[in-house]
Write a protein that binds this ligand. Structure first.
Ligand code: NI
Length: 227
């Protein structure tokens, strides 16, 4: 499932993050690539674990931890510390699949990447090109969202970033292990949760059917979650 997650950050928060990023030193993006993606990748990145990456990364994880739509769709178990990239002057990232296992250098922290996420820090009119193109079951989806918005998509999908021919595209990207490994199963839980939320609005939290369906949701999650 491919899903837009709106308003991770307000425009004010985006501007604050951009000031920190624009003042930081950027390095060749190939430092985080696997062998296959190193061929395809041509961009700049904030060094992993640098003060700027840590500070904004923590703000992203904080914001996502308070975002009901994200939590309902991703059911996150472990999230890799966010990374940051910048594309300009024709830079692009060719078609690839993200590495299945991510290991945080110098630590025991390891995740299986079930979901990939991109948070946009440039407005769409600040740059030409730079679309995140994702091969979904419904065909190719081209994603270019307003600054402060994000897209969540299965790490199993082939994807690429088209060349940025004007301006600069600044984004954060990272991976997560979901409590529910299978994309189709996770989607069913998401649909059930969203339907329950609509019923809550119409009938209130204490409605008998709402209470029963909430029980079904949690009992399915209990059955399918790995933590
Ligand atoms: Ni990728």
């Amino acid at each position: 499932m491919l899903l837009s997650i709106p308003d991770v950050f307000s425009k004010t928060e985006v501007a604050r993050c951009r000031r920190i990023m624009d003042a930081a030193e950027w390095v060749d993006g190939n430092v985080t690539s696997g062998a296959q993606s190193a061929h395809a990748k041509n961009n700049m990145q904030l060094p992993e674990g640098s003060p700027a990456a840590r500070q904004i990364g923590e703000a992203i994880l904080d914001a996502l931890g308070r975002h009901p739509l994200f939590l309902s769709a991703a059911l996150p178990h472990k999230i890799f510390p966010p990374l940051f990239n910048r594309y300009e002057g024709g830079q692009s990232f060719g078609t690839h699949v993200d590495n299945s296992i991510r290991h945080l250098r110098g630590t025991e922290f390891r995740i299986r990447s079930d979901l990939s996420m991109t948070v946009f820090f440039s407005e769409p009119d600040e740059y030409e090109g730079g679309e995140l193109s994702i091969e979904d079951t419904y065909g190719v989806q081209r994603v270019k969202l307003p600054a402060g918005h994000a897209v969540l998509y299965p790490s199993t999908s082939l994807h690429h970033v088209t060349p940025v021919t004007r301006g600069a595209r600044v984004c954060s990207f990272f991976w997560m292990q979901s409590m529910v490994r299978d994309d189709g199963t996770r989607r069913l839980l998401f649909q059930l949760d969203q339907a329950i939320q609509k019923l809550v609005v119409d009938r209130g939290q204490k409605d008998e059917a709402v209470v029963e369906l909430t029980g079904v949701y949690h009992n399915l999650l209990r059955r399918w979650a790995e933590i």
